[in-house]
Write a protein of this length. Structure first.
Length: 78
């Protein structure tokens, strides 16, 4: 435990992130969301809920997934 004299009462308690660090965290968070989305889509397809999976994929275009014949596929950008 720190002595009281070493505690900065005006500090926020965490360091300020640089732009590059913020961008890295943003990319990591997006990748985690994309992977979680894939898992949700795959589970819906496994359960036979293809329409629900298509709706979920359409509501989240940033994931770049589509449902083709009951299979989760990554969209190909043209």
């Amino acid at each position: 435990m720190k002595p009281i004299r070493d505690i900065d009462a005006l500090g926020l308690g965490r360091k300020i992130l640089s732009g590059a660090e913020r961008e890295k965290l943003r990319r990591q968070k997006f990748q985690q969301q994309k992977e979680k989305g894939y898992q949700q889509l795959a589970e819906l397809c496994r359960l036979g809920e293809y329409d629900a999976a298509k709706q979920l994929a359409n509501r989240n275009p940033s994931w770049k997934y589509e449902i083709i014949c009951g299979i989760v596929m990554e969209k190909i950008e043209e």
